[in-house]
Write a protein that binds this ligand. Sequence first.
Ligand code: G6P
Length: 475
Amino acid sequence: MPDPSQAGHQLVVVANRLPIDVAVGEDRCVSWQRSPGGLVTALRPVTEATDAAWVGWGGAADLEMEPLEVDGTRLVPVTLSTAEVVAYYEGFSNDTLWPLYHDVIAPPTFHRSWWDAYRTVNRRFAQTAAAQAAVGATVWVHDYQLQLVPALLRGLRPDLKIGFFLHIPFPALEIFAQLPWRQQVLHGLLGADLLGFQRAGGAQNFLQTVRKYTEATTRGPVIEVPSADGDPRRARASAFPISIDSAAFSARARTDKVRDRAATLRAELGNPQVVLLGVDRLDYTKGIRHRLQAYGELLDDGRLSPERTVLVQVASPSRENVDAYVQLRDEVELTVGRINGSHGTVGHTPVQYLHQSFDADEMAALYLAADVMLVTALRDGMNLVAKEFVAAHFDDCGALVLSEFAGAADELTSALLVNPHDIDGLKDAIVTAAEMDGRQRRRRMRKLRRRVLTHDVQTWSAKFLDALTEVRRTA
Ligand code: G6P
């Protein structure tokens, strides 16, 4: 049990992963490097201004690491055993909650032993966070892997301001209802003072499930949570759409290095008339199969020319021990092989498939080199790739085809919005984007850029933290 009188940090971020990549050598020596994810950037203004700690997992099993100081933030590693990586991370987080919250695109697996591991690990995160926080500090808990942490933390440290942000969608009531531990998860979340969601629809879904499955009552976004002493506590659930470091990404795309690289990429692709681009973690929620289906049919139909068009598909490796991901990789690679087999020539490959990850400069160059970005997610919390593509196109060129099932569709309304299940509609949108004249492209892109540049990730974190302070003030 932590001693609340001890000195601690004014802000504690709790996320499944630490913002570093840890590598364990053959000699068991541990080395690490910064992993510049979106959350790190989002919180940089806050972590630089306050004394902050970040509690998370180093990304490898059985890793015993001492806390370390990186860029002024104390990183506090949580150790997961090999069995916990299987049951808590690969199992309950990524084979139960992930498919369930993404509208059961893949069937969720329910195992009681995975649930037990989820509880155990959530308790460990809560205890670690409680030990780091100063009296009255703010603790910001992130994402579906840690939904029990808010209530556990409140039990340990009622003095804390607790915020929770869900980076993925919160599903409709009927879907969430399938979870055998739905009440425990809701109770865990209701430990927070402020609950943030990507879309207004997610916040609404959450409020509806709270009304149906808990004793709490709601009025608009305000939730009255009954407490043991009879005095209800006030929490709030609202949308806070996340973003990127837009100005920095746009500036990166403007550098000579990135512009030269973009020109080289186009030349290496054989200077095609149209470069289409897909960039995703290799995940079944991203609609990669639907995209390939549409593109393959457009080549079959002769509506796109295989000599003058290329689709670059970056599919970064992800969760490779989970069955659904293994299967997806096989299917995607089979389809890519079929399209290239039917439409390729010795000198030209219509799908350039890259099962790799690239650094930010290379990504910016790819976005800049592309004429059309295809974001065809079947369900996605936000989709920051869409925002990165927009931020990279300082030239106002480039057309965005965007799934209405990605959170980004609420903001990026000047994109060509599609239902990726409607293959004919998707095909039409791809052709429209590929053939769009310069004036129309610029008109749409300017609107998209205005939105992305004014709603960046720093605004997102500031809004969330201000709202958290406000909820506690008026509770
Ligand atoms: C999504 C989730 C994050 C997660 C990321 C990468 O964006 O919302 O919580 O960290 O995917 O997945 P991984 O399983 O590699 O952490």
